[in-house]
Design a protein around this ligand. Sequence first.
Ligand code: BYC
Length: 306
Amino acid sequence: MVEKTADARLEEFEARIDRGEKIEPGDWMPDAYRQNLIRMISQHAHSEIVGQLPEGKWIPYAPGFRRKLTLIAKVQDEAGHGQLLYRAAEMLGKSREEMISELLAGKAKYANVFNYPTPHWADVGVIGWLVDTAAVINQTMLAQSSYGPYGRAMKRICYEESFHIKQGYDAVVAMARGTADQRAAVQAAVDRWWYPTLMMSGPPDTISTHSQLALRWRIKTKSNEQVRQEFVDLIVPQIRALGLTVPDPACAFDPASGRHRYTQPDWEELKRVINGDGPCNKERLDARRKAHEDGRWVREALQAAS
Ligand code: BYC
């Protein structure tokens, strides 16, 4: 049998992507496709795991039994999402241990939003509502990813994330219809989370380093900017319907484009926060390191039993 040239294999790979076929772990793929997926999926897995912390902190203080139960369910879901995603990345050839040690060493990235504090119960509602809405818009797009295991994981995750949005929205509605103090608290939380949530969709196409390749190979099917615009168009009417204010005086509906105009976040702040210099990076990584140490005996017991 004649061995195919690298060019012919790449051509065949790209033709499969153009036909909308899914790439599976055992299929031939360019190394840059594999490395990009490992990078993105492992960062996504870390985001789910670190993302448990800002809201998890509020479990003991949740106002009432029903809110406590739904918050526990949500935080537990995030742990499950992390497991699914670590598995999807492992199938590409990088071990879970390696990914986790990079996280604990502070070398791996995870979503910027989880490096901000949650000083009030209102933050829990606003994270569920704003952050999870931004996440679902992005993940609905990623469900169409050319890499089969990632797309399938996204479908399952999006079902659960939709429940998370309801959990957050329900808490926000209760506060927005509550006392003047509750309304002020929820507005302050919207003010805190607005720009970090806009940053969550990633830098604009002009400065994004990986988007071009990710779009060419349909790892992503929309640009960061498209995803962010969809989020703004969906969420701004919801914020206003609750009598709350978007903390951006320039944010306005533009009838000509059918889109909302808005002020771009500070991209230098994103760079600082994802590179370790955000308000809570140290606290988050210390919590993960402690959890990893506390769980050592479980890993050792499982290893001894296998
Ligand atoms: N945060 O070239 P770019 C959740 C990094 S969790 C951190 O545009 P890309 C939830 C980027 O990684 C859901 N880092 O990159 C959980 C890259 O760094 P490296 C989280 C960011 O990958 C618990 C560099 O900047 N979702 O829903 O094309 C509770 C250049 O950027 C960010 C995902 O992880 C950021 N915001 O696009 C509640 C989705 N933005 O690798 C909720 C999967 C950029 O060169 N990921 N960077 O060192 C993606 O969709 C994309 O990777 C991104 C960025 C949109 C994040």
